[in-house]
Ligand binder design. Structure first.
Ligand SMILES: [Zn+2]
Length: 253
C-alpha cells in the first residue's frame, strides 16, 4: 500500500529531476554527479524500492580472505589523479567531496571518471569478521554509466595529512557546500599498493544500482582518532548493513 502511495510521488520527482540540471555558480566546469538521484536522497525518499530490497548483488559484503577466488586476469587500477579543488557537501547521509571529470582511473580497457568521494562510519565492508573505523569511497563512473568504487578501509592511527583539509572543513548542516578554495592531492589519499578485493555489487544507498565494480583496497590507511571523531560527531553511523554474496565471488589476483 505504501508503495502505491509513494510510487507516483517518486516518479514525479524523478522525472522533474531529469529536465532540471543544476550547476553551482562558483565551480567552473563542475558537472554535478547524478543530481537527480541525489535530489531524491536529499528529499529523504528512501523508499524500500526495487534493487534495494530485492537485488541479489547488493553491497556491502563480508570479505573472507579464506574464500577468495583467484583471478590472474583481474585488471590493475591505473590512476590519473591530480591536485584538485576541494568542494565539500553534507547531503544528510554523508559528507562528500565533489570533482569534475579531470580525474580518472582505467580498469582494463574501461575509463572511469572520478565524481566524488565520501565517508562511512564504521566501515561498510567487513574483512574477516572485522569492521574498520571509517571507509572512504572514491566513486567513478564510465561513459556507459557503470560505476567503479575504490573503497579504502581506515583505522585509528596517525593523522591523515592527505585528508587534513577535508576533515577540518566538514559542513555540519544539511546541504551545506563549502567552497573552500582549498585543493586536495588525490594521489596522496591512496596507499602506494593498489591491490584489491574485487567483486560486482551495488551502490550502498538508494537506488542501489547493481552495476558497481567494487575495488576494496587490501592496504588500510590510518586516520587519527580526532579525525574519526570529527566525522562521527556529524554521522555516528551511516553504514549500510552487510548483504549476502549469493552466487558471487570476491576475487583477488
Ligand atoms: Zn559509500
Amino acid at each position: 500500500m505504501i508503495f502505491r502511495i509513494l510510487l507516483p510521488l517518486f516518479c514525479s520527482l524523478y522525472f522533474a529531476g531529469c529536465v532540471q540540471t543544476k550547476h553551482y555558480k562558483n565551480s567552473q566546469h563542475l558537472e554535478i554527479y547524478d543530481e537527480k538521484k541525489e535530489d531524491i536522497n536529499e528529499n529523504k525518499l528512501l523508499v524500500d524500492f526495487n534493487s534495494c530490497s530485492h537485488g541479489k548483488k547488493q553491497s556491502p559484503v563480508h570479505i573472507l580472505t579464506s574464500e577468495l577466488k583467484t583471478n590472474a586476469m583481474l585488471p590493475i587500477i591505473i590512476t590519473n589523479y591530480h591536485t584538485s579543488p576541494l568542494i565539500i557537501k553534507n547531503n544528510q547521509h554523508t559528507i562528500k567531496a565533489k570533482f569534475d571529470n579531470a580525474n580518472s582511473i582505467v580498469l582494463g580497457k574501461e575509463k572511469y571518471s572520478l565524481k566524488q568521494f565520501h565517508l562511512h562510519a564504521p566501515s561498510e565492508h567487513k574483512l574477516d569478521g572485522k569492521l574498520f573505523d571509517l571507509e572512504l569511497h572514491l566513486v567513478h563512473q564510465s561513459e556507459s554509466g557503470e560505476y567503479a568504487v575504490i573503497a579504502i578501509l581506515m583505522r585509528s592511527g596517525k593523522e591523515n595529512l592527505a585528508l587534513k583539509q577535508f576533515f577540518e572543513n566538514l559542513p555540519k548542516e544539511d546541504h551545506a557546500i563549502l567552497n573552500t578554495k582549498l585543493k586536495i592531492k588525490l594521489n596522496d589519499i591512496l596507499p602506494s599498493d593498489l591491490s584489491y578485493y574485487g567483486y560486482i555489487g551495488s551502490l550502498t544507498t538508494f537506488p542501489c544500482d547493481e552495476k558497481v565494480n567494487w575495488l576494496v583496497l587490501k592496504n588500510e590507511v590510518e586516520v587519527s582518532e580526532e579525525q574519526i571523531q570529527k566525522f562521527k560527531a556529524i554521522f555516528p553511523n551511516n553504514a549500510r548493513e552487510i548483504h549476502p554474496l549469493n552466487d558471487r565471488f570476491v576475487e583477488t589476483n
